[in-house]
Ligand binder design. Structure first.
Ligand code: ATP
Ligand code: MG
Length: 469
C-alpha cells in the first residue's frame, strides 16, 4: 500500500556509508588525539627534567660562591658549566636588582618570569615566534643571602614537531574517513546485492506468472524471512487470482445455459405462428428462467456487497429456535414430499440481522432437504457456549461430501460431483452466501461430512456480533 508522504526515505546505502565514515573518523580522531597528547606529554616531561637538572646545578654553583659580588666575577665558570645545553639559558640575580650573570637572549622580556612557576611547574612563553618553558627558583649564595635563579628552555623544536604531527593527524583522519566511505560504499553495494536480486526476481513476477517464487535457500539468512513472507503473499495472491478466474468462467458458464434455453425456446416459438396458448406457455417458461437468472444475479450482487462489507446489518435480538421453527414450516411441503422428519433441539438467542439470518438458515435447510434420502431425519441443534457464541447445526444423512471437495465447498458456484452428476438443481452460490452472512456477523460456518453417513453444517454466531460495537 502506498501513502502519499512528502519526505522520501533516506537511502540505505547512503545511511550505511555515512555511518561507516563517521565511525572511522571517530575512531581515528580518538586515536590521533591520544597520540597528540602522548607526544606533548613526552616532550614536556623531557623539558621539565632538563630544567630540573639545570636548576639543581645552578643552585649548587651559586651556593659555592661566597656572595653576589663573587658571582659577578666568576660568571664565566657558571656559564661554561651550564652552556653545554644550548637550548637552556638562565640568569642569576640577588633577591632584588639586575642580573649578575645572564645567558638569556638579548631583550628576553623580564615580565615573562613574573608568571613563571617553579621547576616542577614551568610555564609556556612565546617570544619572537619561539616557544620557551620558563621557571624561576630561589637559591642561596655562600654567605646565606638569597639568590633568584631564572631558567628558560627553548622548546620550539618539539612543539613544532608536535604541530606537524597534529596537521598530519588531521589529514590522516580526513583521509581515513574518505577511504572508509569508499570502502563502505563497495561493501554496502556488495551486501545489498541479494536484495537487488530479490527485487529483480519480484519485478519479473506478473499476474500471468504468479507461479514464480523466490528461492529462500539462495537468500542470506537475514532476508530469508522476507523471501518466505513474500512467497507466502504470492501463494495467497495466486490462489485469489485462480478463484477470481474460476469465478469469471463460472459466471459465464452459469449464464450461458439459461440464456441458451431462453434463446432456443424463443426461436422455436417464433419459427411458425402459434396459438395464444402456446405463446403463453413459452412466455411462462421464459419467465421462470428469467426468475432463476434474476435470483442468481441478486445472489452474486449480494456476495459482491458482502465482500466489501457494504451490506448494512440491522441487528436485533433473534430467537434461533423460533426462526428455525418458522423455516421448517416454510419448507413443510418439500419435507413432506421427501417423507422427511425434522427434529428441532435446543434454544438460544443472538443479536443478528433477522432477514440475513433467515437466508443463511434457509440455504442450509434447503441443502439438507435436497440431499437427504427419503424416510430420514434432519436434525437442527441449537446450542450456546459462553465463549464461542451460539451455534445452529443442521445435520442430515445422505451422500455427503468427499474430503477432497471440502476446501472448495464454500466457493461460489461450486457444486459437488454428486450434485453435478445427479443433476440436482442449484447454482452453488448458497454456501458462499451462508459464509458471507456468518462473517458479516463476525461468525463463521463449518462443514463436517462422513460420506454416505452424515453431513453436518454449523452456523456459528458470536454472542455479541461486531455490529453491536
Ligand atoms: N447437507 C448436504 N449434504 C450433501 N451435500 C451438500 C449438503 N449441503 C450442500 N451440499 C453440496 O454442496 C454444494 C454446494 O452447496 P450450495 O448450497 O453452495 O449450492 P447449491 O445448493 O447447489 O445451489 P444453491 O444453494 O445456490 O441453490 C452442492 O453441490 C451440494 O450438493
Ligand atoms: Mg444450496
Amino acid at each position: 500500500m502506498t501513502t502519499s508522504r512528502e519526505s522520501t526515505p533516506i537511502s540505505l546505502t547512503a545511511t550505511l556509508v555515512v555511518l561507516f565514515a563517521a565511525v572511522s573518523i571517530a575512531v581515528l580522531a580518538v586515536t590521533n588525539a591520544f597520540v597528540f597528547f602522548f607526544v606533548e606529554q613526552q616532550w614536556r616531561s623531557g623539558a621539565q627534567q632538563d630544567l630540573e637538572v639545570a636548576g639543581n646545578v645552578l643552585r649548587l654553583l651559586v651556593a659555592s660562591q661566597p656572595n653576589a659580588t663573587a658571582i659577578a666575577n666568576r660568571g664565566d665558570r657558571i656559564t661554561g658549566e651550564l652552556g653545554k645545553n644550548r637550548r637552556l639559558t638562565f640568569s642569576v640575580s640577588a633577591a632584588t636588582g639586575e642580573p649578575l650573570v645572564t645567558t638569556l637572549p638579548d631583550g628576553f622580556p623580564a615580565e615573562a618570569f613574573r608568571r613563571a612557576g617553579d621547576i616542577e611547574h614551568p610555564v609556556d612563553w612565546t617570544w619572537q615566534d619561539k616557544h620557551f618553558s620558563i621557571a624561576e627558583i630561589s637559591g642561596k649564595f655562600g654567605d646565606g643571602s638569597p639568590a633568584r635563579l631564572r631558567l628558560s628552555l627553548d622548546v620550539s623544536e618539539p612543539k613544532d614537531i608536535q604541530g606537524a604531527y597534529s596537521r598530519a593527524l588531521v589529514l590522516i583522519t580526513v583521509a581515513g574517513g574518505l577511504i572508509a566511505a569508499i570502502f563502505g560504499l563497495a561493501v554496502v553495494r556488495h551486501g545489498l546485492l541479494p536484495l537487488r536480486r530479490m527485487a529483480t526476481a519480484a519485478g519479473e513476477i506478473t499476474a500471468s506468472r504468479l507461479g514464480e517464487r523466490l528461492r529462500p535457500e539462495d537468500t542470506p539468512a537475514e532476508l530469508r524471512d522476507l523471501a518466505t513472507g513474500f512467497n507466502g503473499m504470492l501463494g495467497r495472491l495466486e490462489d485469489s487470482f485462480r478463484r477470481l478466474n474460476d469465478f469469471s468462467s463460472d459466471i459465464a458458464h452459469e449464464l450461458r445455459t439459461p440464456i441458451n434455453n431462453l434463446l432456443g425456446q424463443t426461436q422455436v416459438a417464433l419459427s411458425r405462428s402459434r396459438s395464444s396458448d402456446e405463446y403463453r406457455s413459452v412466455l411462462e417458461s421464459n419467465a421462470e428462467e428469467f426468475e432463476r437468472l434474476s435470483r442468481m444475479i441478486q445472489d452474486m450482487l449480494f456476495l459482491a456487497q458482502a465482500d466489501n462489507a457494504q451490506a448494512a446489518l440491522r441487528t436485533e435480538e433473534v430467537n434461533l429456535r423460533a426462526e428455525c421453527a418458522k423455516l421448517v414450516e416454510f419448507f413443510e411441503p418439500l419435507i413432506e414430499e421427501g417423507r422427511l422428519r425434522v427434529e428441532l433441539r435446543g434454544d438460544a438467542s443472538v443479536r443478528a440481522d433477522r432477514l440475513l439470518l433467515q437466508r443463511a438458515l434457509a440455504n442450509l435447510l434447503s441443502n439438507a432437504v435436497r440431499n437427504t434420502p427419503p424416510d430420514s431425519v434432519i436434525g437442527i441443534d441449537i446450542s450456546t457456549a459462553e465463549s464461542a457464541g451460539s451455534e445452529v447445526c443442521i445435520s442430515n444423512p445422505g451422500p455427503g461430501i468427499a474430503p477432497e471437495e471440502m476446501p472448495r465447498l464454500f466457493d461460489r458456484f461450486y457444486r459437488t460431483r454428486y450434485a453435478r452428476e445427479a443433476k440436482t438443481e442449484g447454482t452453488g452460490l448458497g454456501l458462499a452466501i451462508v459464509r458471507s452472512i456468518a462473517r458479516l456477523h463476525g461468525g463463521d460456518v463449518e462443514a463436517h461430512s462422513t460420506p454416505g453417513v452424515q453431513t453436518r453444517f454449523c452456523l456459528i454466531l458470536p454472542n455479541s456480533s461486531r455490529q453491536d460495537a
